[in-house]
Design a protein around this ligand. Structure first.
Ligand SMILES: *Cc1c(COP(=O)(O)O)cnc(C)c1O
Length: 357
């Protein structure tokens, strides 16, 4: 028997069923490739990479560019291997003992409880309402106060429920959290919602915003995310990173995508309009509850979710099935694919509800 660190054996794994799906709508990725103009620029840039050198200015170039866009400084920006890594580091940096409490609404991103455990912290979920996944803001704040939380997290818009909190709601939380509790807003799906808490950063020095290139920018393969916060927070979190943690290939690719972000606007609009179209289509199906969404995915509740998921799997369609997870019983989360992909999974869904499949 090998002797692993405490708690590792009991730690849950990220439980997504992956295989080469014909239609992959299980991970909220963008199902469109890079815009051709962007891809061309990326390829040219990649051909000029100094493969023998550690990343240096490439890291700061991307930080500068992001900082400039938000009227902030390089020192306010930290880049990670996906915002997952950033979130994991934040949990690590505010964790370290069972008394370190990290508060987040539930259901939310499945990794928050896992990162809490990994950080040897205590995750404290605050239940969203059963019927519409709304959050009792005062209950959330009170939990953070009572638990003397070190970190409070809001995913906005929320994955996997799809609903969003207004900037006013986020500010209400920011204003009422104790000043010694860091407040992370995970904006992985912000580009589909169009509203951000970024404008609150300067007013609330305990606030942190995390974003990713994996969803709206369709760059999940490169693993690039970033956070913005007060310089003092960035300096502390940066200590948890090894030197040269970002590779140049990902950095320069993200740099070009960010420079050319206008090129992604039509893609984002397509995903939003597909989501709206599919929400309307799904509402026509008997027995299917369709939750509101401000993201590139839709959460549905359906009594026969398990059987439907089996049908999807047998047809090579991967969606996210939550089984009997707390607050998500009989729920399926379907990311928006390309139009024809959406038509395909929908036709199986419809046939199933009509007893034809
Ligand atoms: C996808 C996602 C992320 C991060 O994705 P990365 O690929 O690691 O950048 C973070 N938070 C939520 C809620 C997500 O859904």
């Amino acid at each position: 028997m090998l002797n692993y660190r405490n708690g590792l054996a009991d730690m849950p794994s990220y439980d997504v069923v992956e295989r080469p799906w014909d239609i992959k709508v299980n991970a909220n990725e963008c199902n469109l490739s890079l815009p051709p103009l962007v891809e061309e620029r990326v390829m040219t840039r990649l051909s000029r990479v100094a493969f023998n050198r550690y990343p240096n200015e490439e890291y700061d170039d991307l930080r500068d560019q992001i900082a400039r866009n938000f009227g902030m400084q390089r020192e306010n920006v930290l880049i990670g291997s996906g915002s997952s890594e950033i979130i994991e580091k934040l949990f690590y940096c505010f964790g370290g003992s069972p008394e370190a409490k990290i508060v987040y609404p539930w259901p939310s991103f499945s990794m928050y409880p896992i990162y809490s455990k990994a950080a040897e912290a205590t995750g404290v979920p605050v239940a969203l309402s059963e019927d519409d996944y709304s959050l009792d803001l005062d209950k959330f704040i009170k939990t953070a106060v009572d638990e003397k939380a070190r970190l409070a997290v809001i995913c906005n818009p929320n994955n996997p429920t799809g609903n969003a909190f207004t900037v006013e709601q986020i500010e209400y939380i920011a204003k009422n959290l104790p000043a010694d509790c860091a407040f992370l807003v995970d904006e992985a799906y912000m580009e589909f919602y169009g509203k951000s808490a970024m404008g609150l950063l300067k007013k609330y020095p305990n606030m942190i915003i995390a974003r990713t290139f994996s969803k709206a920018y369709g760059l999940a393969s490169c693993r690039v995310g970033y956070m913005l916060a007060d310089e003092k927070i960035v300096t502390m979190i940066d200590k948890s990173y090894m030197p040269y943690h970002m590779n140049v290939l990902s950095l320069v690719t993200a740099d070009i995508c960010y420079q050319m972000r206008q090129e992604f606007v039509p893609h984002i609009q397509i995903m939003i309009s597909e989501r709206k179209r599919m929400q309307e289509e799904l509402k026509k199906l008997p027995g299917v509850k369709v939750y509101p969404s401000e993201t590139n995915f839709i959460l549905v509740k359906y009594d026969k979710a398990k059987e439907l998921n089996e049908l999807f799997e047998s047809k090579g369609i991967g969606v996210r099935h939550f089984g009997s997870a707390p607050g998500l019983k009989n729920c399926l989360r379907i990311s928006m694919g390309r139009r024809e992909e959406n038509d395909t999974w929908y036709s199986y869904f419809k046939a199933f509800t009509e007893g034809r499949a």
